[in-house]
Write a protein that binds this ligand. Sequence first.
Ligand SMILES: Nc1nc2c(c(=O)[nH]1)N[C@H]1C(S)=C(S)[C@@H](COP(=O)(O)OP(=O)(O)OC[C@H]3O[C@@H](n4cnc5c(=O)[nH]c(N)nc54)[C@H](O)[C@@H]3O)O[C@H]1N2
Ligand SMILES: Nc1nc2c(c(=O)[nH]1)N[C@H]1C(S)=C(S)[C@@H](COP(=O)(O)OP(=O)(O)OC[C@H]3O[C@@H](n4cnc5c(=O)[nH]c(N)nc54)[C@H](O)[C@@H]3O)O[C@H]1N2
Ligand code: SF4
Ligand SMILES: [Mo]
Length: 755
Amino acid sequence: MDLNRPDEREDTRYRICPICEATCGLELRVKGREVLSIRGDDADVFSGGFVCPKGVALRDLDADPDRLRTPLVRRDGQLVEASWDEAFEEIQRGLMPLLAEHGNDALGIYVGNPSAHNTATLLYMQVLFASFMTRNRYSASTVDQYPKQVACGLLFGTSLSVPVPDIDRTEYLLMLGANPMASNGSLFTAPDFRGRARRLRERGGKLVVVDPRRSETARIADRHVALRPGTDALLLAAIAQVLFAEGRVRLGAAAEWTEGLEVVEEAVARFTPERVAPHCGVPAEVVRELARELAEAESAAVYGRIGTTTTAFGTTASWLVDVLNVLTGNLDRPGGAMFPQAAAFASNTQGEPGRGRGIGLHRHRSRVRGAPEVLGEFPVACLAEEIETAGEGQIRALLTVAGNPALSTPNSRRLSKALDSLDFMLSIDFYLNETTRHANVVLPGPSPLEQSHYDVVFPQLSVRNWARYSPPVFEPPPGRPGEWEIILRLVGVLIGQGPKADVSALDDLAIAFQVKAAVESRGSTLHGRDPEEIRAAIGTRRGPERMVDLALRSGPYGDHFGARPEGITLASLEATPHGIDLGALEPRLPEVLRTPSGRIELAPPMLVEDLDRLEASLAEPTATGLLLVGRRHVRSNNSWMHNLPTLAKGPVRCTLLLHPTDAERLGLADGDAARIQSRVGSVVAPVEVTDAIRPGVVSLPHGWGHDEPGTRMRVAAERPGTNSNVLADELALDPLSGTSVLNGIPVSVEAHVDA
Ligand SMILES: Nc1nc2c(c(=O)[nH]1)N[C@H]1C(S)=C(S)[C@@H](COP(=O)(O)OP(=O)(O)OC[C@H]3O[C@@H](n4cnc5c(=O)[nH]c(N)nc54)[C@H](O)[C@@H]3O)O[C@H]1N2
Ligand SMILES: Nc1nc2c(c(=O)[nH]1)N[C@H]1C(S)=C(S)[C@@H](COP(=O)(O)OP(=O)(O)OC[C@H]3O[C@@H](n4cnc5c(=O)[nH]c(N)nc54)[C@H](O)[C@@H]3O)O[C@H]1N2
Ligand code: SF4
Ligand SMILES: [Mo]
């Protein structure tokens, strides 16, 4: 079928939105190669018509004249347009001598957030990592969710076995450090949070939000607890203490599968509400009430997100969230915190049910700072020093894929400088932005509307089970490779096949490898099957489609290549453009577990020991200065949608929120310019005075600062905003997960006087 209909007739297409974790189904009206309009797909089995302004703005993204459509190659200091062949020859020339001389670790790789929403980059970067080993792997995960993944990996055995709140059935939702009214949910795939929260309250349930700011979510909640930033672990430990002390612990069905309860009881005993109250800025009585409400609710779920993870105790706070789910009998039961069962790609549906190897953690250390490896990566906060510091293992070349670390990671001024000192840098990205401007070669993938879509990650984090697939809305222009082909061609260079490697042959090799793994893996639904038969059955497809088909068909709902003829295949998803609903979440204990013990390891020694560090924080004086936190807005997405006109319009959003008492003390008024200073940097931002923020706390969103030279984002540059990560300290980490402290950064604020 010719998707770009030359006859210019209007047509309707369906596509899952690839922007955020809500994964809304979209309905697009198109004419020829043009998008006429985008709205929510009412018939989508999961999102039911919900859409936000960013989904609608995919039209702007598709049409954006600044979006790169051709590779860029640096010639005489300037990035100029080049052919795909020229670009790959330049990569061969610039990169391979460095690797030959210094080894693979000389290439650092940073993978950014959109790659988790892009089937091609997600699946094919795995191929790249399987065929090219470097220790120097980094990603946005260490400025985001790694604390939760580490905690869940230790408790349940795989890093994506993250319990999600069963919002559609729960009677009580305790939410910490998350603002799904703006973010649309994270590690919690739940389109239309507002509607779900409304129904929760209509059936008599309660929503409680813990956040130093009266966020959009706190505004629709039954109760808002404005704690001091960085103290969630203390609050959660104290809630656990109350549950034990008042004899309210009831494990329910999880009891049979849980070990370490006594250790937890003993370890949290010292965190009484009275002790933590001054630090949390929450009265002891409120802590007790929260514990009692949680214990007494018919069903309840505790959920924590970025405000809890990007703090000095991120992993411990994330652990305690699920400790509370276990202690109140809410883990793995309807209305509690449950494990989705994804149709494909989930490690907790693979291998032997109920037992596994657990996760890899702290297996080696970074060269300069000695920071521990976490789930195969080093903290991105170490990236600059690994580039700057000479010696064996130094990063001399960098690959970035769908990432903008120059805005998104701590002490970004230092990192920007470091990027300039690289011998070679390659970016796979479709904008010339604050990061890619440093590159020697930029390779742009096609418009998202020219790529197919199957969510690899988010069905593993979703409030219902479902399977949905979108074919490309448009065909890419002739000669324009898909992102999977770009990555495979790069693999060809990296493994020594040169810039003209046979991409198709590499793809065949990759799938053959996956089929082999599936038939050889004990516990796989394909164990013992003939690999030739499986390969033949999926052989007509190419690229991500073939991998998705293999994963779906061998997955828990799959047709198992004939063994379950009624099961799902990619073809059955193609025949259902609004998706297949696989039902409400169901209890999965003990089969979901992949821990070595086959139990929920509720008291991992690393986390129990960290409670000593947490207790020590009680001895530190509560800071008298200001603490900086972040926030999100529904019309913005991290650092990269600011060039889209329909999103960019409206009031200036990159403002410093300041409580009236702080504003008065500092002599600042609405609209004044404030200078904000931290240990590592200083920026200027306009002030917005509001009582929605806790006194002593200021809030500035991240992802702004589009006024660097050498970028090509004309709309964004009109209102560049301020880069808050100039203030974030690259030395401040949660030591267990290597994740940066991005919330609760000590700062000083003063009136800015123009020199
Ligand atoms: N201070 C502070 N800092 C933060 C945060 C915070 O809350 N506070 N949040 C952190 C979090 S949660 C995250 S996830 C990170 C995000 O950090 P990053 O992932 O590094 O950055 P993004 O802003 O998401 O930039 C995405 C880049 O991918 C490109 N891109 C978009 N779609 C595609 C695609 O389909 N293919 C390719 N190849 N490229 C694409 C865009 O052009 C852009 O350059 O920021 C983190 N930084
Ligand atoms: N519109 C929009 N949607 C997005 C994104 C976006 O940039 N824009 N980014 C996407 C990404 S990559 C992610 S990871 C998710 C994140 O999704 P969420 O985790 O929901 O993130 P935020 O909306 O930043 O909400 C975090 C809240 O934590 C609060 N907070 C700060 N410090 C603390 C603290 O110490 N303790 C507590 N309890 N709260 C604190 C902040 O005030 C803020 O209200 O959103 C995703 N969705
Ligand atoms: S909430 Fe908005 S950005 Fe997120 S998936 Fe839905 S339409 Fe896309
Ligand atoms: Mo994120």
